[in-house]
Ligand binder design. Structure first.
Ligand code: GTP
Length: 737
């Protein structure tokens, strides 16, 4: 509603203002003029704040004052000072109109503006002088004052005309047209006055036509100010500098020519005027060229600045990318170890209760070995996805490396439940990669961060807990406690001792006889690793797991092979007794294993037929498809399945496996029917059978009856030093002889 009333207000102003002014004129109602014009001035000042409107309002106020001056004072507007009273009205009206219809903004320094304005003013002055002032001065009846005043008005009329034409012809809308009409009315007023030959005051006094036109002009300005589109007047944009330049060049050239052009009879003046015009034109062109060079420099500088900005932006982006990469794992996109440690070090985490959960897949290496690294990568990515899915938002999920992930919880109460869910989902839902469904399990270690503890301690504790979960068989959660740390330092001590033992002789072999139960004759010996620390024997079940966890088992295995072959070569030559050496998973995975064994045989002079390699059933199943065992058997080396019945227990496998000897685990010795079944099966496959853990004469008799080929156990001889075993061998050979 308000919008509508404001959109038609200008129309009301015209519809009321014009008749009111006309009526006041007809009925000589003098005060009404003042009321109408002052109201108009007030409206313009209230509605519009642009300087152009202010100029117009000021002009019309000046008009009201002039009217008052004439009405109340001596009436002779053509004479000074009365004649000067209209100058403010006309000047301000022209300036306001020009200001509001200006389309281009000046973006220039004050000095530049001054020079440009000076050029325009001087150019116009030339025109005015040549075509307006001079004719007046030369007019008959020239009176210095009144003619100068007339010349001044002529100049002002030119300005009013310019403003009005601009407003009427430019790309403006109604308010500008109204301003143009207002200018036209003012111009009309003055022309009418001039038509009376400057006589008299009548046209400018109330009741006069010029007076009425000035009143209309005021009403039109008021209507323009009330028009809704009026606020678009005076909005300027940047000017095209070329146009501006062309204008100044034109002024520079035309200016000097004007005096001679306005007096064509003075032919002699043409030459210097033309030369001056050419000179001015050249000077301006020179300045223009300099300006172009300056502009080019400015443009180059701008481009360089833009390039600099772009390179700074690029560097900032790179910096951000580097910062992201520094804190994130490229394979999974999770946070990495560094970021996790950073977060653990934050006072908001470190100084409060928190919890670190480490998760690792069990046997992930086999996934890589069996399916290749790309599949392993995909498994890791999917695991990362599952962890993110289960972890609450506040939990930081990180990949620490390999198949190890860390979850940092600031709410320790959630930890056990979260760990449970993670382990369950890994064990319960196989990972699908292409056609493959890979069944996995994971282990987890949990450590509570004691406020104030350094991040490395929390991480170390969680790692210990994870190792404990693995040592306990995997697929479980272990929570850190102080006993784990004690175990860890003991493990570290053992590992250090074993490393030293590889060189200092504290690692050595004992041998246990393998006997033919039918004859009681020793046919072979099993080499068993022993370790003496600080003068005491450390049980194998203590140091072997540490050797496996630390990877030292490989070196221990080679040492055992070398020592056993060194001794066994002589025993085999003299007594025909073979030696059995245990081989670990670690060794079998070593692609150079076969070469190592053959090198040891060559080094020690041991024939392949004197060596038996003992491999556990599960490891043998994995190694069955590799060429290693075939190569070794080609050199006469025999392969024995150790602890048969405890691993895969799949008799079907037996046919496929490259083995010669089957060692029945001690736990089956008392199960006669089971032992018989195994013996029958083994014999049907032409395998030599060895029963382990024979401790009593009854067991020995039973096995003899069952036609077990060979036996081994305390009943026939405990593991002993080589010297003791050697004397047993001699006895055994003598008995046989
Ligand atoms: N595919 C893949 N494998 C990796 C990556 N980083 C490390 N690994 C492999 O992850 C395996 C980790 O070996 P282990 O720490 O012995 O892990 P595991 O076989 O699960 O043994 P446990 O943890 O003791 O059960 C090694 O075989 C590494 O080569 C990786 O980015 N992608």
């Amino acid at each position: 509603m308000r919008n509508r009333s404001s959109s038609v207000a200008w129309w009301y102003a015209l519809a009321i203002g014009v008749p009111a002014v006309t009526a006041a004129q007809l009925f000589a109602a003098g005060p009404l003029f003042y009321v109408i014009q002052l109201a108009g001035v007030a409206v313009v000042l209230c509605r519009r704040s642009h300087p152009g409107w202010r100029l117009l309002a000021a002009g019309h106020l000046a008009g009201v004052l002039a009217t008052a001056f004439w009405t109340l004072g001596p009436v002779a507007p053509s004479n000074t000072p009365q004649g000067l009273t209209l100058v403010p009205l006309y000047t301000l009206a022209a300036a306001g109109t020009v200001r509001l219809t200006r389309r281009h903004r000046r973006v220039a320094s004050p000095a530049e503006l001054g020079v440009e304005a000076g050029a325009v003013v001087l150019g116009l002055a030339m025109v005015a002088w040549s075509f307006v002032v001079l004719p007046y001065l030369g007019a008959p009846g020239y009176q210095q004052v009144s003619n100068a005043l007339a010349a001044l008005y002529a100049l002002i009329d030119l300005a009013v005309l310019g403003g009005a034409l601009r407003a009427l012809t430019g790309p403006w809308r109604t308010p500008a047209r109204l301003l143009g009409m207002s200018g036209a009315a003012l111009l009309g007023a003055h022309l009418l006055y001039a038509a009376t030959d400057g006589d008299g005051t009548a046209p400018f006094l109330p009741g006069g036509t010029s007076f009425l036109l000035i009143q209309y002009a005021g009403v039109l300005v008021t209507a323009a100010a009330l028009h809704p589109a009026a606020d678009r007047l005076g909005v300027t944009e940047q000017r095209n500098t070329r146009t501006k330049l062309a204008g100044i060049v034109a002024i520079a050239i035309v200016g000097p020519l004007l005096p001679v052009l306005s007096r064509p009879t003075d032919a002699v003046a043409y030459v210097p005027a033309t030369l001056t015009a050419a000179l001015c034109g050249l000077l301006v062109l020179r300045i223009w060229l300099l300006a172009r060079i300056a502009q080019r420099h400015a443009r180059d500088a701008g481009e360089r600045a833009a390039q600099l900005r772009a390179s700074v932006d690029e560097q900032a982006a790179l910096q951000r990318r580097l910062a992201y990469r520094a804190g994130h794992d490229t394979l999974t996109g999770l946070a990495n170890r560094e970021l996790l440690l950073e977060q653990l070090a934050l006072p908001s985490v470190r100084d409060r209760a928190h919890c670190l959960l480490l998760c690792s897949l069990d046997g992930f290496k086999e996934v890589n070995d069996s399916y290749g690294h790309p599949v392993g990568d995909e498994v890791l990515r999917q695991l990362a996805g599952r962890l993110l899915l289960f972890a609450p938002e506040a939990v930081l999920v990180a990949r620490l490396g390999g198949d190890e992930f860390g979850l940092l919880l600031t709410d320790p109460d959630q930890a056990v439940e979260l760990a449970g869910r993670v382990l369950e989902t890994v064990a319960g839902v196989p990972v699908t990669v292409g056609e493959r469904r890979i069944h996995l399990t994971a282990s987890a270690g949990l450590a509570d961060g004691v406020p104030g503890n350094p991040p490395s301690v929390v991480l170390g504790d969680a790692d210990l807990a994870l190792r404990a979960a693995k040592v306990a068989g995997g697929a479980r959660l272990a929570r850190f406690d102080d006993s784990l740390r004690a175990q860890q330092s003991e493990r570290a001590r053992i590992a250090a001792g074993l490393r030293a033992g590889l060189a200092d002789g504290s690692l050595f072999l004992h041998y246990q006889p393998v006997v033919d139960p039918a004859t009681g004759r020793m046919t072979g010996v099993e080499a068993l690793m022993r370790w003496r620390r600080d003068g005491e024997l450390v049980p194998p079940m203590v140091f072997i797991p540490v050797a496996e966890q630390t990877g030292l088992i490989g070196q221990l295995g080679v040492l055992a092979l070398r020592l056993a072959c060194a001794r066994g070569a002589d025993w085999y030559r003299r007594h025909g007794i073979y030696v059995t050496v245990n081989v670990s998973t670690h060794q079998l995975r070593d692609p150079e294993f076969a070469d190592t064994v053959l090198a040891v045989l060559a080094e020690t002079g041991m024939p392949g037929t004197g060596l038996v390699l003992e491999i556990t059933e599960s490891v043998l199943v994995d190694a069955a498809d590799t060429p290693v065992l075939g190569t070794l058997r080609e050199h006469g080396i025999r392969i024995a399945i150790d602890d048969f019945g405890t691993g895969y227990s799949s008799l079907a496998y037996l046919r496929r496996l490259p083995v010669d000897i089957l060692k029945i685990d001690r736990s089956f010795i008392d199960d006669v029917s089971f032992t018989r079944a195994i013996l029958d099966l083994a014999h049907s496959q032409d395998l030599v059978t060895v029963a382990e853990g024979v401790e009593t004469a009854t067991q020995a008799d039973q096995l003899r009856e069952l036609r077990c080929d060979l036996v081994q156990g305390y009943h026939f001889g405990r593991p002993a030093e080589p010297e003791a075993i050697e004397s047993l061998m001699r006895e055994s050979s003598a008995t046989a002889a």
